[in-house]
Design a protein around this ligand. Structure first.
Ligand SMILES: Cc1ncc(COP(=O)(O)O)c(C=O)c1O
Length: 425
């Protein structure tokens, strides 16, 4: 850790855990401690650490051919994966895929594509959203001031509306009597004032807002928004970088919301630990000219082999079903904890994309930031790896292979961690 501080730039470190090896849902650190991973390496290891099928696919491909640049030459395996991703994403129409190396690069690729096609300058996003940290995606990221401070002058073209966050409704309304004002406001206020729809190429949104606090939009929000966008011929980009590849119990979380996006972005878990991302777009949105967009490593052969293995494992081991089953059980156990600790203001999520929001008390709902941070410390000291999100929220995103006993073990540690954090106040 001292060497990290000396030689590596400051990033987003959350806990002093130095991983040495891992298997399934368990990580062993440099001192030989075994920790239960409820973070999946920041949402990457949906099939678990070092899944033998992924390891075998990577080893086989690495020994044969690692790189030859699929953008300038041809890789058969990219076409097979591209076809498969097109079939896995919603929409019964032809699609095309562009491979990237990360989530932010997927967002960049999507944002460039919609701007090129529409020749309109603006993209609408949500306050609280996270789409990445490179300049283009950062224009749409709005989950914390620190992410944008000193960069604002260099990011452009994004305009944001308040999020569909029922626990803290920005309009202090209540669902469903609110009549989805948070969606309708796009047409009723934004399009009527500062945001001429004829200037808008697309809207980008996460189906469950991730870094912003695991916010699940209420039923009807997506269909209402999509109708408004369709009326103005505005494209819809579905950012599945965190929520996709089975995390919510569906292959892509947008399937919970009943709308069909024009472009889907993915990354994180697709490569089972190797860097790969992709955008899957309506075929007619493809560039008609060469050179408008490309890269060097996108869809690297080894990463593509890993991604195929990941998708095979999800099918073979019925991980969508397991995400739904264990996710429901996890929520049930967290709701039990909520009855014990009134500092748990809200329990929410879809599948195994679950979170609890910590508050000073359920009435004021004042965010309990210091308490949340202390719970993270108490948890890892007891052998549970957790991650924060939002202002005072903890997310629970174990690998989708997790079993009930491990859910119990994690929640029992969390129970002890909350108790200890409360005593330490
Ligand atoms: C929804 C979403 N989009 C994009 C990104 C950016 O991905 P990356 O960190 O791979 O650039 C993230 C990362 O957390 C994310 O959660």
């Amino acid at each position: 850790m001292a060497a990290d501080e000396q030689y590596l730039m400051t990033t987003t470190k959350t806990s002093p855990i130095a991983a040495y090896e891992a298997e399934g849902v368990w990580v062993t650190d440099a001192d030989g401690n075994r920790l239960l991973d409820f973070s999946s390496g920041v949402g990457v290891l949906n099939v678990g650490h070092c899944h033998p099928d992924v390891v075998a696919a990577v080893q086989e491909q690495t020994a044969r051919l690692m790189h030859f640049a699929g953008t300038d030459f041809y890789y058969e395996s990219q076409t097979v994966l591209g076809k498969r991703l097109g079939e896995l994403t919603p929409g019964d129409f032809p699609k095309k895929v562009f491979f990237t190396n990360s989530g932010t690069e997927s967002a960049e690729a999507a944002l460039k594509l919609v701007r090129w096609q529409k020749q309109r300058p603006l993209v609408i996003g949500l306050l609280g959203a996270f789409h990445g940290r490179s300049m283009g995606s950062l224009a749409m990221t709005a989950s914390k001031p620190v992410q944008r401070a000193r960069f604002n002058a260099h990011t452009g073209g994004g305009t944001h509306i308040p999020p569909p966050y029922c626990y803290r409704c920005p309009y202090k309304l209540t669902y469903p009597s609110c009549d989805l004002y948070c969606a309708k406001i796009l047409k009723e206020l934004y399009f009527e004032t500062a945001v001429p729809p004829s200037d808008v190429a697309a809207m980008i949104a996460e189906p469950v807002m991730g870094e912003g606090g695991y916010i699940v939009p209420p039923k009807g929000w997506h269909t209402t928004i999509k109708k408004i966008l369709d009326e103005e011929d505005i494209l819809f980009i579905d950012d599945e970088v965190q929520s996709g590849i089975g995390r919510t119990g569906k292959m892509f979380a947008i399937e919970h919301h009943g709308v069909v996006p024009d472009v889907v972005t993915t990354a994180k878990s697709l490569g089972g630990g190797l860097p790969i991302g992709a955008i899957i777009a309506r075929k007619d949105l493809d560039y008609p000219t060469k050179g408008a967009h490309s890269n060097t490593f996108g869809g690297n052969l080894v990463s593509v082999a890993a991604a195929q293995a990941v998708l095979n494992v999800i099918e073979k081991e019925h991980l969508l079903d397991n995400a739904r089953t264990q996710g429901a059980y996890l929520v049930q156990r967290l709701k039990e904890l909520q009855r014990k600790y009134e500092v748990i203001g809200d329990v929410r999520g879809l599948g195994l994309m679950v979170a609890t929001e910590f508050v000073e008390d359920p009435k004021s709902k004042a965010p309990a930031v210091a308490l949340r941070d202390q719970i993270l410390v108490e948890a890892y000291q007891r052998g549970l790896i957790l991650l924060p999100c939002g202002k005072s929220t903890v997310r629970y995103i174990p690998p989708l292979i997790i079993q009930r006993e491990e859910v119990d073990e994690g929640v029992d540690i969390l129970d002890a961690a909350i108790g200890a954090a409360l005593r330490a106040r």
